[in-house]
Design a protein around this ligand. Structure first.
Ligand code: SF4
Length: 78
């Protein structure tokens, strides 16, 4: 009913560009709560939204990715 609460409903999701990713595994080191590596060392970010408490760590992992392959996308729920 009341507009303007988009940020409350916003969800952040981690995405990996599989072309750019070089399987360093750095993101999994920085964000082990959310990112597992597959058998080849490529990250498997969760399909669920990043919990707000982990957003700072997720931002750090995105910034630290040496090939800019990790992205945090924001979408509004609903
Ligand atoms: S830090 Fe970047 S390049 Fe390395 S595994 Fe994660 S997404 Fe891929």
């Amino acid at each position: 009913m009341t507009p303007g609460h988009a940020s409350d409903a916003a969800q952040h999701r981690l995405r990996v560009d599989p072309i750019a990713c070089r399987a360093h595994g750095l993101c999994a080191d920085l964000l082990p709560e959310l990112i597992d590596l597959d058998e080849w060392g490529y990250p498997m970010p969760p399909s669920t939204a990043v919990p707000p408490a982990l957003l700072p760590a997720a931002h750090r992992a995105v910034t630290a990715c040496p090939t800019l392959a990790l992205h945090l996308t924001r979408s509004t729920a609903g």
